[in-house]
Write a protein that binds this ligand. Structure first.
Ligand code: COA
Length: 192
């Protein structure tokens, strides 16, 4: 009985999340393929373009959840682009903030609370940081990459196909395909 109620609750929440998503993104800044599964709310802010492939999953009931687990794709500024490939799955509370471009390939697994930034968002000089534009560089996450919980991926990084990023890593330089990388700053631990 309890299982049935839980299942029903999840179904209702999925429907509710889809409804909120639909009304929140009527203005056309979000393009999505078929079968977007919203286990938690998805909020796409900003004036840039967010493009989501088919069979993308947002949120996972059994994973850690802060608040309602909202996943946030924020394409700040008209030129910003966030693009998600087919079959990619995001755990809860993932945040992507873009001023240039963040491209995630197909069939990637993105752990809970992962943060992806393609900009410093502030100039680094003592005075300039209050008004000058920041350094920005595209982030590319290739197909079938697995990013562990709470990893941070910073501007200009490419993570090669099939690679794994350890939980809590801070990735400041590109990672080749087919390896496990971890730590702060993230370094290759071993090939897969
Ligand atoms: C990166 C990871 C996959 C490595 O697993 P593994 O191959 O079994 O690696 P090991 O535990 O044998 O560790 C190998 C080395 O990497 C280091 N290491 C492993 N994970 C690390 C991490 N997250 N950060 C920093 N160093 C790490 C270990 O300390 C060890 O270093 P040493 O050889 O100097 O002792 C795993 O530790 C990890 O972080 N998994 C992600 C889990 C996760 O977040 N899942 C998503 C939930 S949604």
């Amino acid at each position: 009985m309890i299982r049935f109620i839980l299942k029903l609750y999840r179904l209702v929440m999925r429907f509710w999340n889809a409804l909120v998503f639909f009304f929140r993104h009527l203005d056309g800044r979000v393009r999505k393929g078929s079968w977007l599964k919203l286990n938690v709310p998805l909020c796409c802010d900003g004036t840039g373009l967010v493009s989501i492939g088919s069979r993308v999953t947002i949120g996972y009931g059994l994973s850690a959840m802060l608040g309602d687990g909202t996943v946030r794709f924020k394409a700040r500024g008209g030129a910003a682009r966030i693009s998600i490939g087919d079959g990619t799955a995001f755990s809860n509370n993932v945040q992507i903030f873009s001023e240039r471009s963040v491209t995630i390939g197909a069939r990637c697994l993105i752990g809970d609370c992962v943060l992806i930034l393609d900009s410093d968002f502030h100039d680094l000089s003592a005075e300039g940081r209050h008004h000058l534009p920041a350094v920005k560089a595209p982030v590319v996450i290739e197909d079938n990459v697995f990013i562990g919980s709470r990893a941070i991926i910073l501007k200009g990084v490419t993570i090669g196909k099939d690679s794994v990023i350890g939980a809590g890593s801070v990735v400041v330089r590109s990672i080749p395909p087919g390896v496990i990388a971890a730590g702060n700053p993230a370094k290759v631990i071993r090939p897969l």
